[in-house]
Design a protein around this ligand. Structure first.
Ligand code: PLP
Length: 413
């Protein structure tokens, strides 16, 4: 069996990065749940506090200087997010509450004007509920049908299934996770997009697990919509983003109606503001957007290529350490085709028991169905344990997890 050497160094100085995260000052804390939500560096916390202390006022409304500074902070946050994803125009970056809301925006707004009875929306069997339920609702509303790309035995998407669905000529949209939050699979999204576009279908990517971990260049990726959440990218909870192709966003009707998203309002009808305001009704979560911008700058300062390389090293080591434990079954592909989210089970020990015992050793992992209930059903599982690594995790963290798993084995022996 192939084994992974304990990495001596990775492209990131993870111990130094860890020191920038106040919550990780506790040396006993081994945080391996970043796929659920990442921790926040000082740079993000300070940017948000500075905004509240120095620049706070409502945006887009005041003519006084403080309100202008607040609006400028919000605009700069959008520019920072656009730079991170290499989006040509800030009009294509819509702030949402999270990935879920970004997908819902497309499913509702694009879906209601573009889907008809008999149309097909293609999803996959590895989708998070966030990229499943909004399309179920859209299908119910419009009469469109959902079809699924199945999985190969090693946890990758079956591109033959994609081709079969596309061959019907009825597929309007393919909406997939860029990276699976359960299997860790990094999907071949360039190839999928090429095939979908060749058949006239649009492509939406759920980037919740990709944006924090891989370089994502939306100017070359060629997808039509892309969604991400700040809280998984070292930013705050409560803000996410939707990228859209300009002509699609311009043609789409608003999602929520109210203040800020209008140009004119009459008693019986209104007209809409330009992008991106058309999709941002009401007072936005400005401090969260400022934190999102700071998180993008923080990750860029580490270099997303280095983040990826660091995670490849850690994931390879984690994966091989796990499969060497006799009772452990790891799900998903080999380390080279996956991200740092690694789901597994330990014989018939319930994942909640595994996670509770790990917690006694200060090791935080996720246990449950990770919002992928249909995928767990498909794999014949009620639940699994998931350990996930990020920029602040070290080789020692992996060792601490494995040591704690030995304790689980001895408790249940
Ligand atoms: N998609 C994937 C692949 C995820 O992992 C998650 C969160 O775990 C989401 C969507 C939903 O993200 P949020 O809860 O921030 O909307």
């Amino acid at each position: 069996m192939e084994t992974a050497q304990r990495p001596v160094a990775t492209p990131l100085d993870a111990p130094a990065i860890r020191r920038q995260f106040p919550i990780l000052a506790d040396p006993d804390l081994v945080y391996l749940d970043s796929a659920a939500s990442s921790q926040k560096p000082l740079a993000v916390l300070e940017a948000m506090e500075r905004y509240y202390r120095e620049d706070y006022a409502n945006v887009h409304r005041g003519v006084y200087r403080l309100a202008e500074r607040s609006t400028e902070a919000y605009d700069e946050a959008r520019r920072a997010v656009a730079r991170f994803f290499n989006v040509p125009s800030t009009t294509q970056v819509i702030f949402t509450r999270n990935t879920t809301e970004a997908i819902k925006l497309v499913a509702h707004s694009w879906g209601s004007t573009n889907l008809r009875s008999g149309d097909i929306i293609v999803l996959s069997e590895m989708e998070h509920h966030s990229n499943l339920v909004p399309w179920q609702l859209a299908a119910t509303r419009t009469g469109a049908r959902l079809e699924f790309i199945g999985l190969t035995p090693d946890g990758q998407l079956s591109l033959d299934d994609l081709d079969e669905h596309l061959a019907t000529g009825r597929v309007r949209l393919v909406s997939l996770c860029h990276v699976s939050n359960m299997l860790g699979t990094i999907n071949p999204v360039e190839e999928i997009t090429r095939r979908a576009h060749d058949r006239g279908a649009l492509v939406m990517l759920d980037g919740a697990q990709a944006a924090p971990h891989l370089p994502v260049d939306l100017s070359t990726l060629d997808v039509d919509f892309y969604a991400a959440s700040a809280h998984k990218m070292c930013g705050p909870m409560g803000v996410g983003m939707l990228y859209g192709r300009l002509e699609l966003l311009e043609a789409m009707p608003p999602f929520l109606g109210g203040g800020d998203m209008i140009r004119t309002v009459g008693w019986r009808e209104s007209t809409w503001a330009d992008l991106p305001s058309k999709f941002e009704a009401g007072t936005p979560s400005v401090a969260d957007a400022v934190g999102f911008g700071a998180a993008c700058e923080f990750l860029s300062s580490l270099s997303m290529s280095a983040v990826r390389e660091h995670e490849i090293e850690l994931t390879r080591y984690l994966y091989h350490q796990l499969i060497e434990l006799p009772e452990v079954e790891v799900y998903g592909p080999v380390p080279e085709c996956r991200s740092g989210a690694v789901s597994f089970n330990m014989g018939d020990v319930h994942p909640h028991d595994v996670a509770s015992i790990l917690d006694e050793s200060g090791v935080c992992v996720r246990a449950g169905h990770h919002c992928t209930q249909p995928l767990h059903d498909k794999l014949g599982l009620a639940a699994s344990v998931r350990a996930s690594v990020y920029v602040y995790n070290t080789v020692d963290d992996v060792d601490r997890l494995i040591e704690a798993l030995h304790r689980v084995r001895s408790v249940f022996a």
